[in-house]
Design a protein around this ligand. Structure first.
Ligand code: IMP
Ligand code: ZN
Length: 354
C-alpha cells in the first residue's frame, strides 16, 4: 500500500477516540494562544517545551513534567473551555465521529476553579459544539488522579454521578489515571465499586508499567469497563499469569496509544507494540491517541502506524474502527446511530490495498 494512499484512507475513515486527556490533547495553535494569554496575565511566566516533537522520546517522568507545565497554563475557566472547544473541532476535522474526553476536575482557588466550574466549562463547550453543528458525539469522563488519594476520588465519583444525571448522559463514566509510579491502584478498588454501583463505567489506566500486584488486585475486585494502555498485561511473571487470562476471558477492551507508549519509552518500537498480541487473539482493541498535543499525533496517524507495523488491510482498519463502537460508554441508541453512520458511509470507500 502506498504511504499516500494509506494516509488518505485513514484520514477519510470514520473513527472513534476513547482515550484522550483534555490537558494533553491541545493543538499547537491553541496552546500558543493560551501561553500568550498566560504571559499577558503574568509577565513573569516563562514556558518550557510541552510536546514531544518528531522522534523525541524520554522516560515516563518527562511526560509528567510536561503535564505540570501545561497545568500552569491551563488553570482557569477560559482555558478549560477553550481547550475543550478546540479539541472537539480538531478531532471532528480528523473524522472522529465519537469522542470520549477525560479530565481531572481541579480546584484552583487563585483562578476560582472548582471541580464543578471545571466540569461545567467542559459541558458548555460540548453543548456549543453540538449547537454549532459539529458532527462528533462527545462524552466526558471525569478523571481520578491516583496522586490525589481516595477521599478526593470518592468526591470525583459523586461529582460524576451528579453531572451524569444533569447532563443527559454526557458525563457517563470515570477515568483512573495519574503517575503510575505514585500510590497503589488497589487502594481505589472500593471507589471503583462505588462508581460501578452508581452506574458509572470505568476506564482504568492499568499495567502501564510492570505493576503486577496492583493490577491483579484491581482486576479481582472491580468491574472494569476498559483498560488504558495495558502495556504489561501480556508479559506477566508466572505468579501473575491469571492477569492475562482474566483480561482475555472477560474480554476487557484495551485502549492502545502507540505513539504515547513509544515516546514515553514503555514500548521500544511500533512493531513490538502490544496491540498485535491482543489483536491476534481477536481481543477488542481501540486505537487512541492519549494526548495528541503532547505526543504530536492524530487518530489518523495512529491508524497509519498500526497498518504499517502489523500489515493491516484497509478492510481490517475499517473493522477496527467499526468494532470500537461496541466499547463506547454511551448508550445503545448512540451505538446504533453510529453503526448506521458507518454503514451509510461504507459504499464510498475503496477497500483495495494497493
Ligand atoms: P487532565 O486530566 O486533563 O489534566 O490531563 C492530564 C492528566 O492526565 C495528567 O496529569 C495525568 O494525571 C493524566 N495522564 C495523562 N497521560 C497519562 C498517562 O499516560 N498515564 C497516566 N496518566 C496520564
Ligand atoms: Zn492516558
Amino acid at each position: 500500500m502506498s504511504e499516500e494512499g494509506l494516509r488518505t484512507f485513514c484520514a477519510a475513515l470514520p473513527k472513534i477516540e476513547l482515550h484522550a486527556h483534555l490537558n494533553t490533547s491541545f493543538s499547537k495553535v491553541t496552546l500558543q494562544a493560551l501561553v500568550d494569554r498566560k504571559i499577558q496575565l503574568d509577565p513573569t511566566f516563562t514556558s518550557q517545551k510541552m510536546t514531544f516533537d518528531g522522534n523525541e522520546t524520554a522516560g515516563i517522568e518527562e511526560s509528567f513534567s510536561k503535564f505540570r507545565q501545561i497545568h500552569m497554563v491551563c488553570n482557569d475557566a477560559h482555558a478549560i473551555y477553550t481547550l475543550t472547544h478546540d479539541i472537539i473541532h480538531e478531532f471532528a476535522a480528523d473524522n472522529v465521529k465519537y469522542l470520549e474526553l477525560r479530565s481531572t476536575p481541579k480546584t484552583i482557588p487563585e483562578t476560582g476553579l472548582t471541580p464543578e466550574v471545571y466540569l461545567e466549562c467542559m459541558l458548555r463547550a460540548v453543548r456549543d459544539c453540538e449547537e454549532g453543528g459539529v458532527d462528533t458525539v462527545v462524552r466526558i469522563l471525569p478523571s481520578i488522579d491516583r496522586r490525589n488519594g481516595v477521599d478526593v476520588a470518592y468526591k470525583t465519583v459523586d461529582l460524576a454521578y451528579k453531572y451524569a444525571q444533569s447532563s443527559n448522559g454526557v458525563v457517563c463514566g470515570i477515568d483512573f489515571s495519574g503517575d503510575p509510579l505514585v500510590g497503589d491502584a488497589a487502594d481505589y478498588v472500593p471507589v471503583f465499586q462505588y462508581a460501578h454501583s452508581k452506574g458509572l463505567k470505568l476506564a482504568l489506566h492499568l499495567a502501564e508499567i510492570a505493576s503486577f500486584e496492583e493490577t491483579h488486585k484491581v482486576l479481582q475486585g472491580t468491574t472494569v469497563g476498559r483498560i488504558g494502555h495495558g502495556t504489561f498485561l501480556h508479559q506477566c511473571p508466572e505468579d501473575y499469569k491469571d492477569i492475562t487470562q482474566c483480561v482475555l476471558q472477560q474480554r476487557i477492551p484495551i485502549e492502545t496509544c502507540m505513539t504515547s507508549n513509544l515516546k514515553s519509552q514503555t514500548v521500544s518500537d511500533y512493531s513490538s507494540h502490544h496491540l498485535e498480541y491482543w489483536h491476534n487473539r481477536q481481543h477488542p482493541v481501540i486505537i487512541c491517541t492519549d494526548g495528541k498535543g503532547v505526543y504530536q499525533t492524530t487518530v489518523t496517524e495512529e491508524y497509519v502506524h498500526a497498518a504499517r507495523a502489523f500489515g493491516l488491510t484497509r478492510l481490517k482498519l475499517w473493522q477496527l474502527s467499526l468494532q470500537s463502537i461496541d466499547h463506547i460508554f454511551a448508550d445503545e441508541a448512540t451505538k446504533q446511530t453510529l453503526r448506521r453512520k458507518w454503514e451509510s458511509i461504507k459504499p464510498s470507500f475503496d477497500f483495495k490495498d494497493r
